[in-house]
Design a binder for this molecule. Sequence first.
Ligand SMILES: Cc1ncc(COP(=O)(O)O)c(C=O)c1O
Length: 397
Amino acid sequence: MNWKEKCTTSTLSMKSSMIRELVEMTQNVPGIISFAGGFPSPVTFPKEQLAELYKEVLLQKGDNVLQYGSTGGDLPVKEAIIKEDQLSISPDELQVCCGATNGIYNAIKTFIDPGDLIIAEAPSFLGSLVAFEAVGAKIIPVSMEHDGMNIEELNQVIADNDNRKVKFIYTIPDFQNPTGITMSSEKRERLVEIAIRNNIIIIEDDPYGKLRFKGKSYPSVLEIARNKFNNKSVVLCVRSFSKLLGPGMRTAYAIADKGIIAYMNSWAQKVNVTNDRISQNVVAAYLEKGLMAGQIDMIKKTYKPLCDRMVAAIKKYIPANIKWVEPEGGMFLWLELPEQMNTDELFKKAVEQKVAFIPGSKFYPTGCEQYNGMRLNFSYPTGVQIEAGIKRLAEVL
Ligand SMILES: Cc1ncc(COP(=O)(O)O)c(C=O)c1O
C-alpha cells in the first residue's frame, strides 16, 4: 500500500481544499469578478505602522522575543489584550494562539473524544467544521434563521441526544461566516441558559464582532454568561486579529475558564511550544499605542460602502424570490435561492459569465448539505466590480 492509499482524506477536508481550489480557479479566469474569497481587503492592512513596530519590537526586545516563551502567550501581550477589550479577567483566563483556528483546535483537541457531539449552526465556517471532524467529533447541524441559530431546534437536538456526549455548541454570533447574520440579544441569552442547564460549553467564534458598521451592537455571548449568569466556564470565546490587522500575523486569543485555558495550553505546548512571539508583541505594541480604534474605524469605513453597494445592486438586479438578510458588519452576504435550485451547478454557469461565488453546500457538515445557498464576499472586490458582478449574477440566475 502506498502512502496515498494509507493516508485517506476525509470528505470535509476535501471540501475545504475544494473551496481553496474554487477560489484559485476563479483567480485565473481573465476578467472574472469574484465574490468567492474570504479575504480581508489588503488596502486595510496597516503596513507602514506594522513595519515600524516589527523593527521597534525587535530592536528593543529582540533578546527576549526571539527566545522561547510561555506557551499561552506573553504576560504583557495578554495584559494589552485584556485592557483593549476591557475584560474583567485574569491573564490565566486567556490564551494567545496562532489564529482563531488554532485556538478552536486547541480546545476541541483537549476535550473531544472520538464520537462526541458538537452542535454547529448550519451553514457554518468550514474551517471549524473540518477541525471538528479532524478530532473525531460528530457534527449535529442546527439551522440558521434571520436572527441567528434556531433555538427551538437547538433544544430539540440536545433532547434527542440526551444519552450522548454533546460537548460543545459552536456559534459565530456576529456577522456569521458564511451568512453575515447576527444573533439577536434574546437568542444569545437563551443560548447561554440552555448551555448552562445542559452542561455544554459554547464556543463563541468572534473574528468579526468589532467590524459592525451599522445597527446597534449586542453584548457578546461571553459577556452575557459572565455578567448576567455569573458563569465563567460556559463560554469559550475566540477572537482574532486576522480581520483587523492581517491574517498573515496569525495572532488571536481564546478567553475561557482558567481550568480550560490550562488544558488548552498543555495541548498547545505539545504542538506549538510557543506562538510567534514577535507578531504577538507587535500586536501588543499596536494596542498599547492606542492604534486599534482608528484601524477598526478605517476598516468599517472601507467595508460599509462596499456592503451598501452590494445591497443596492441586489435590490436592483436580483429576483425577488431570492432571500437574503442585510449584514450589519463583517465581510459576507448570503443568498438563499428557491429550494429546487442548486448553486453547485450554477457555479459553472456563473464562471462562464465571469462571476464567482462559493456554493452554499460547502458550508454544511457532510451528509447534511443544502444546495440552494451561496456566499458572497464584499470586502475584497471594488465597488464598481460589486455592481457589475451582481448584475452578471442576476443574469445567470
Ligand atoms: C468564523 C471564522 N472563524 C475563524 C476564522 C479563522 O481566523 P484566523 O485567521 O484567526 O484563524 C475565520 C476566517 O475566515 C472565520 O470566518
